[in-house]
Write a protein of this length. Structure first.
Lengths: 158, 76
């Protein structure tokens, strides 16, 4: 069977909310979708910060979730970039015409990429469904993620 | 020269936009129609043939014109 008869599936476990991780998450997701692959992105832990509404701040609901949220940044433009200033990274990306994450997220939805938030980490961080972007899949668990990975030819943890 | 049904100009756009825009444009075409893709991304020289081969949409031609890369892709 020729490759293009069944482009297959790709699953990306998006665990980090750092800008230098969000970029490859969405660049590979949109590229996979451009190949006709059925792409699923599973957002867990800090990965959730890429798909929350920009105005939503993660405050946590108890001492532990508050600790988690302190380790986080407030919105995409403030995200850490492995020690490099996000502003510097954005400026560099702009100079080289790299699409901003906000645009890539919109494109991935337009291409039919499924974006699944992780229910467990939503609870951990005190995030509700309304705090997340519109058009996402139902919040799911590790079992749903593993089931998707089992059917995928390409599985990534970013 | 094949009849061009649609042209998309991705000049100034970096990876993965030329391929993503190509996919969105190809979706709008009928089988046998031809898409002209213009890109300034040097990576497109390997990305476009790879994408065409993998998706089964024939790459009819590729050329460099005024430091832009121009591809003709037929929808399978």
């Amino acid at each position: 069977m020729a490759e293009h008869d069944d482009p297959g599936r790709m699953t990306i476990l998006c665990w980090s909310g750092d800008l230098d991780r969000i970029w490859p998450q969405f660049i590979l997701a949109t590229t996979g979708a451009a190949y006709g692959m059925q792409v699923t992105m599973f957002f867990t832990f800090w990965g959730l910060f890429a798909i929350k509404k920009p105005e939503v701040k993660v405050t946590g609901t108890n001492w532990m979730t508050k600790m988690m949220s302190v380790m986080n940044q407030e919105n995409l433009s403030h995200l850490n970039v492995g020690g490099v200033g996000p502003k510097m990274m954005r400026t560099l990306a702009k100079q080289h015409n790299v699409a901003p994450p906000e645009e890539l997220i919109g494109l991935s939805q337009e291409l039919g990429v499924e974006l699944w938030p992780c229910q467990m980490t939503m609870d951990l961080m005190g995030l509700k469904r309304d705090d997340l972007l519109d058009g996402l899949g139902e919040p799911a668990g590790a079992a749903a993620a593993v089931a998707a990975m089992q059917k995928s030819q390409i599985n990534l943890f970013i | 020269m094949a009849d061009i049904t649609m042209t998309i100009d991705t000049s100034g756009m970096a990876c993965p936009m030329p391929i993503v825009k190509t996919k969105l444009a190809i979706n709008k075409l009928e089988s046998g129609q031809v898409l002209e893709l213009i890109s300034t991304d040097r990576g497109s020289k390997t990305d476009v043939p790879a994408w065409c081969e993998s998706t089964g949409n024939p790459l009819i031609s590729e050329e460099e014109r005024d430091s832009k890369f121009v591809y003709l892709i037929e929808k399978a």
